[in-house]
Design a protein around this ligand. Sequence first.
Ligand SMILES: [Zn+2]
Length: 72
Amino acid sequence: MPIFEYHCMECDEVFETIVLGEQEVLCPFCTGKNVTKLLSTFSHKSKGEGASSIKSSCSSCSATSCNTCGTL
Ligand SMILES: [Zn+2]
């Protein structure tokens, strides 16, 4: 979904809208056309995850590989 963030120059509101094609973007607050596109800021950054995912691949021991416990 092409969701873009816009800033309305008329009422100074920021809003996100889905833009399909070259359709005109109107401010949902004042229905003004004087809007500027902002750089897309994907607010949901999944940072932090992955750093803590250093996990044992073996379920029966704490080793990072099963070479030592022989579960395989
Ligand atoms: Zn507006």
